[in-house]
Ligand binder design. Sequence first.
Ligand code: AMP
Length: 364
Amino acid sequence: MSHLGRPEGRQEKYSLKPVLPVLEKLLGKKVLFADDCLGEATEKMAAALKPGEILLLENVRFYPEEEGKPILPETATDEEKKAAKSALKVKQKELAKKLSTYADIYVNDAFGTAHRAHGTTAVIADYYPEDKRMFGFLINSELAAMDKVLHNPQRPFTAIMGGAKVSDKILLIENLLNRVDNLIIGGGMTYTFVKAMGGKIGNSLCEADKLDLALSLINKAKEKGVKLYLPVDSLNGDKFDNEANTNITAIDAVPDGWMGLDIAEKTIQKFSEVIGNSKTILWNGPMGVFEMEKFSKGTTAIAKAIAAVTAKGAYSLIGGGDSVAAVNKYGLADKVSYVSTGGGAMLEYMEGKKLPGITAIRGE
Ligand code: AMP
């Protein structure tokens, strides 16, 4: 059983049917298909399965109780929303219980949704005894990679944080400050730090309400003896466009009318040196607007530095949609130690949060 996309009720474009021939090819055998995950006909198909036979169920998200998010008109009041949600929670348990009767063993391999308490990713585990519920190979390897970095890193351990906003990564940065030796900050979030320290950032991305937070992170790093590396120079554009005119300035001297869109040469050199001396690397978030060729050099260089130090024996874990996309784009995915498949799930686990899909199975 699986979900696909975010259907609102039964929507054929989110059917799992197109998956069937691919699954059959990969498994090298016929796969049966139930065009509804619930219902008498499907129950019969499940009950009739013989050892070795496989049944694929239609998208479990065709039922809103899977996610537990009611489909309501926009005019619904808060009270109506609350009532609908708790009614749906009851139905979510029923759905999970029913699906659990189809199979003897529950294997969860959906790491990308492990941070959600959905019917088939978490609730269903309650209906299996401990020895009949388990992770698949993917979740197992994701956990092994993250635990290695979090709990057993070879030092020096360097975390590289990038991407647009510091607000998305506060908890992660705070947790990492207890663990890393070096913290490298790049990407759009840089400029909030620079502004907080009194620098000139022109029109660069800035979260004006996070300046205090940026300063407190800088102080926390000092207190904990973590070396914090911010970019020293900035590749600026006069517009957010691949055709923009560019110049390079010190990171705290971005002229009015310009915005910092990538790290520049001196920063690339410094960051690459720190990465080159590390034994464990965690990378989340691009160093610039890497989707635009003109502003992709910093992200490419960092990806290459990580690949190079991995070849020398360091352990590197790459997570977050954009850094993964970058590593794939430059053909470096097999030159780093582990590329995570979970954006939000990885972030939350690395923040130290408990993920419902994980605790449902390992019970902690
Ligand atoms: P996130 O989803 O927070 O990891 O952010 C990824 C996005 O940040 C990418 O789409 C990048 O284009 C964007 N980004 C990185 N650096 C900058 C920058 N200096 N200015 C604006 N956007 C940036």
